[in-house]
Structure formats: C-alpha cells, structure tokens
Design a binder for this molecule. Structure first.
Ligand code: ATP
Ligand code: MG
Length: 601
C-alpha cells in the first residue's frame, strides 16, 4: 500500500481522552478513532491487525477440531428467560443492551452466546454419535459496560472469539477443555505475547473449573498471584494461600477492656500492644438477591486479613435458594442509608460475632437475622481480641465455644496476598503481577443444557443433558494488549506476526528519481514473495517519515537513501533500532529470513 493513497493521519500530541500508553499510541498512530463512549472505529491499519489476530485464532481453533460458524447478534429474550439470565443481564447487572421491536418483542444484543448455541444444540444434537462437537465464531459483542475505558481494553462493542464445546460426559468435557487450553497457549505464543494462564473465578457464567489467560503488563486491570516454581498462578479473585501464622495470644482470661477510639485494627493493636493476628474482625455486608430480598451478613475474619468479596459473593450465591432467590445482584458494605434503617445504632468498629439480631429492623424484603460466616483464619483463633458490641470497648482472651458460638459456616473467604505461603509448598511465597485478561475458558457442565433442555441420547438409550464448555478470547483487547506490552518512547513495536504490515519502504526524497525507482523495485519484489509492505511515497520530509514509521510500529524499515550509491539500502529493525546496510539484490531475501525467524520464535 502506498502511503500517499492511504487514510494515514498521525498525531504529534497524546490525545487527552487516553490514559494508558497503548490507548494513546493507537489513537496517535491513526489506528482507530473514538466514536462514542466505549465505541471505536477500527481504521485500516488496525483492521489488518485484527484480521491477523483473528486468522491465528482461526487456525488454532481449526487445528483443535473446532468448527467456525456465525451466530446472530440479536437474541430473543425468550432464550435468556429460559436460562434465567434475562433479568440479571438486562436489569440487575444491566450489561446487556435490550430493545423492543415493532411487534413489541424483546430482544437483546448479544454480550455472549451460551443461550443461542445451546438452542442450536438442542435442535440439532440427537445422539452421542454426533459428539464431541466444538463450535466457534469471531464476532462483535455488545456490553453496556458501566465504565468503558482504556480504548479497546473495555469497550461497549468489541470483537470476541467465543467457542462452545459439547460432550457426552464430564471426562469428555475436560478433554475438550484441555484442547482449548492448549490452543490458547498456541494463539498467545504465536501472537508474540508474554502471558500466564491462571486459575479464575467463574463469575456469572456459572460452572466449575475455569482459567484466564493473562497478558502481563503494568497497566493490567487484574492482579495475578503466582509462585516462582511455576506450580501455581491465580487471579487474586480466586487465589488461595496459607496465611502467616498467628502470634500466640497473651490474653489468657476473658475480660472486657475500655479501648477508647480504637475502631480500626491498627489503632486497636497499638492500644493493646498486640498483634493484628490476635484480633477477630467482624465485617458487616449487605447483600441483595435477584428477588429483592436483602440480607445482612456478618463475616468474622482474622484482623490482619481481608475479605475477598468475590469469594463471599460466590458463597452467598450458593445460599440463594435459602432466600427463595437464584442469584446475588449486589454485595456491599452497608451504606449510610442502610445503617439508618437499623433498629438501633450499630456499634461500628466494635462489633462482636454475636451482634444481636434485634439491631435489624426486619421488613418484607429484609431478613430478620444476620447470616454469620467465619473465615478459616477466624475459626482457628484462640484467646482472641474482638469487639464487645459497645463503642470504645473490646473483649480480650475470648474463645469460640466459650464467649461465642462458632458460626456454622466456616469457609475460605480470605483474600490471598503477596508474601503468603503457597498451599502446594510452604517454601514458595506468592508473588504479584498485573495482567490483562485476554481469554477465559470454562468448564460449564450442564447448567445451560439443563435450563434449555438440550439433551442427547446416550449409548444406553437414555436422554441426558449435554456437557458444555465455553471459551472466549477478546480479539480487539488482545490487539491493544500487544501494544501495551511492546512499545517505546517513539511508538508501537508490533510483534511480527500481528503487525499490520511487515515492512515499510521509506523514500527520503521522492524528487530523487533513483530513490523512487529503487523503492518501487523493492516494494514490488516484496509483494511478489508475499511480504506485506507499505511504501512511504508521501511528499514529506524524511524526518517526518521516519517518525511516522516508528510511531506505527512496522517491524522493518527499508530506506532508499544515500547508500544507494554503493548499491545498498539501509534496513532498520523497529524493536532494536539496529540499522544495517544491505545490497539491493539481497534485501528481500534477508528480510524474508528475518520474518521467518521471528514467526518461528
Ligand atoms: P472482564 O472481567 O474483563 O469484564 P469478562 O470476564 O466479562 O471480562 P468474558 O465474558 O470471559 O469476559 O469474555 C471473554 C473475553 O472477552 C475476555 O477474556 C476479554 O478478553 C474480552 N472482553 C470482555 N469484555 C470486554 C470488553 N468490554 N471490551 C473488550 N474485550 C472484552
Ligand atoms: Mg472473565
């Protein structure tokens, strides 16, 4: 492509709307334009990158035995009502754009496709002989993100590859999952990215095992905890660990003590001159279920530890049935308004695990009793310090079974953190890294097939629900993540495999006939051997052209400048800025070798 004929607009300044490097660079280099909140036009250079990423995804999916299809983006509400997700997706979480057509029918714009694919499977899969099966598509998804940001990282319209596997049983599902796991490794490696597969929370999609593929970058929204030996890596939302040992308590008999102005663990530990590991912290949460029921939850946890709200929410979701609900729609520390609704002012900062239910003023939607939960670290405490349900007063030397009954539910509700010992090996401590979630693979089980009644007939002639897996990759997010991982002060440095063009031929002075002729000749020769190149034949100063070439991040730049007199051209590698002079008749074959080597790496 000739730059003189291209929509090619670069900016010298960072656009104000962008915060992270990759977002700034893609805007500055003319890859995309913002059209509205979370909405971007993918311009020609970016579209080439997206197609390259898609092609790698496609090749690896096909190699893993998956088949490409294209599902509809407009999805009838009926399907989502069958799975029970219509209300949560359109109202509670509100992530799905919903609309009503002229006939008054409700539709959603696909944020994901479990419902649609399960409906297809219900229709078409009859027998075990048709299984296993894996279908995928590469398509635009729509999500009404509450906070679209960082450009393509969190858009409201973005490109996703989503795949769905169908198997006869759990073992088959695990096999399909394993294939996708390997395919994802291949995809990210081929895209030239540094990444890590981590244990992940399964969230609203449901199901059991899941892993996320994280591209490592400082600007990543996710925190990953891992061990140096490579045996463990998890999203902090899901991570488990062994906490530091508690310091044995010196409070041997139970008594109440005046502890004025000690509403925080730090202030209390200082006042009593004890370790936070000797304190029992009782944290109040307010949960709202999808049927409108509200519940106050009192979580007891060791003073030096924090509650992992994702784990807590998952446990509360499991209990939904007890409150005639199916899902949690909100979990938070009670706000001022909720606190005012208490029957009497709560002793905040001084709460004991036996805080009386009479503090609650029950209503039709508010459960009259606290749900009391204990983290494992809390259950293990002895002779501990905790609130006395009275401002400025704590109890010391307390024990479960003596002063307080241990809550019936003792769970892992703790946030694992850097420095904790790993469960698999005490010598290994958790390290932390930031990651961008590029892909997420799930073992779904039969959640959707049961809900939508998608069954098949097994070898014994019985009708059983299909076992499913689902597998997503954010294609547009991946493209930007590649930039986030690879840039310098002058611009983008694309991995060769997904660069929009592999080579840019720069003519320093287009008025010089020899320079133009050599450039044309190289440009044609590159084309003949299948190397994609740009020809910068614009009437611009050489300096401007060099800057633009660096900004847009094309891996190799060929300059038909001064060295032409010796029958040579200058070739510059974008990543290292290393420059070499190569004879005209060798430049194409040399670059061909470099590209093959880069793609094989
Ligand atoms: P996140 O936790 O980042 O909101 P998610 O867990 O909701 O993502 P999935 O439903 O698993 O995402 O979607 C599969 C993939 O699609 C994600 O791994 C991510 O790469 C991509 N993705 C999800 N939401 C967005 C978005 N708003 N913009 C761009 N890509 C996205
Ligand atoms: Mg996810």
């Amino acid at each position: 492509m000739r730059l003189s004929q291209m929509l090619f607009v670069t900016l010298r300044e960072d656009p104000a709307e962008a915060e992270i490097p990759s977002h700034k660079l893609l805007l500055r280099a003319g890859y995309m334009r913002r059209i509205g909140s979370g909405l971007y036009a993918y311009l020609p250079l970016l579209w080439r990158v997206l197609q390259k990423v898609s092609e790698i995804v496609r090749e690896e999916m096909n190699a893993a035995g998956a088949q490409e299809c294209l599902l509809n983006q407009l999805q009838p509400s009926e399907l989502w009502k069958e799975s029970g997700r219509w209300e949560t997706y359109t109202k509670a979480e509100g992530i799905m754009f919903a609309l009503t057509d002229r006939q008054g029918r409700e539709l959603g714009l696909g944020p994901t496709h479990e419902e649609v694919i399960t409906a297809v499977a219900r229709d078409m899969i009859r027998s075990y002989r048709q299984l296993p099966l894996n279908l995928y598509q590469i398509q635009t998804k729509f999500r009404d993100e509450i906070r679209p940001r960082f450009g393509l990282m969190r858009g409201r319209e973005f490109i996703m590859k989503d795949a769905y596997s169908f198997d006869i049983d759990e073992a088959g599902m695990k096999l399909s999952y394993g294939k996708m796991h390997d395919a994802y490794h291949n995809i990210l490696r081929r895209c030239g990215l540094a990444f890590r597969a981590v244990d992940a929370d399964s969230g609203a999609i449901g199901g059991s095992g899941s892993q996320e593929f994280m591209v490592l970058a400082a600007a990543g929204e996710d925190q990953v905890l891992y061990t140096e030996d490579g045996q463990y890596a998890a999203n902090v939302e899901k991570a488990v660990s062994r906490p530091a040992d508690a310091v044995p308590s010196g409070f041997k008999t139970y008594e109440k003590r005046e502890t004025p102005n000690t509403p925080t663990i730090a202030s209390l530990a200082q006042f009593l001159d004890c370790s936070p590991t000797q304190i029992l912290k009782n944290v109040l949460y307010q949960v709202t279920y999808d049927n409108g029921m509200e519940l106050l939850v009192l979580v007891s946890i060791r003073g030096d530890q924090d509650v992992n709200e994702v784990k807590l929410q998952n446990e509360l979701a499991k209990l939904a049935g007890d409150y005639k609900a199916t899902a949690v729609i909100d979990l938070k520390v009670p706000d001022a308004e909720a606190l005012q609704r208490a029957a009497q002012p709560l002793p905040l900062g001084y709460i004991a695990p036996d805080l009386a239910d009479r503090y609650i003023r029950p209503s039709k939607t508010l459960v009259a009793q606290f749900l009391r939960l204990a983290d494992q670290t809390a259950a293990e405490l002895e002779d501990f310090v905790t609130g006395a349900n009275e401002a400025g007063v704590h109890g010391v030397g307390a024990n479960w079974g003596s002063q307080y009954p241990l809550p019936k539910l003792v769970l892992d509700l703790r946030k694992a953190s850097v420095g904790d010992r790993a469960l698999h090996d005490e010598q290994q401590t958790l390290q932390s890294a930031r990651g961008i979630e590029i892909g997420h693979i799930f073992q779904l089980g039969n959640k959707y097939s049961k809900a939508l009644n998608a069954t098949y007939t097994n070898e014994q002639g019985e009708e059983v629900p299909l076992m499913m897996g689902c597998y997503g990759i954010g294609v547009s997010r991946l493209a930007q993540a590649a930039v986030e991982q690879s840039y310098d002060k002058d611009g983008i440095i694309w991995p060769v495999a997904i660069a929009p063009y592999q080579v840019i031929v720069t003519v320093p002075n287009i008025a010089d006939a020899a320079q133009m002729a050599a450039a044309e000749q190289i440009y044609q020769a590159l084309h003949q051997v299948g190397i994609e190149s740009l020809l910068d034949d614009r009437d611009e100063r050489a300096g401007v052209k060099f800057k633009d070439a660096e900004l847009i991040g094309i891996p190799y730049r060929i300059v038909t400048g001064r060295s032409l007199q010796q029958g040579k051209v200058e070739v510059v590698k974008r990543a290292t800025k290393e420059s070499t002079e190569i004879a005209l008749d060798q430049v194409v074959s040399t670059i061909q070798q470099w590209i093959s080597a880069a793609l094989a790496a």
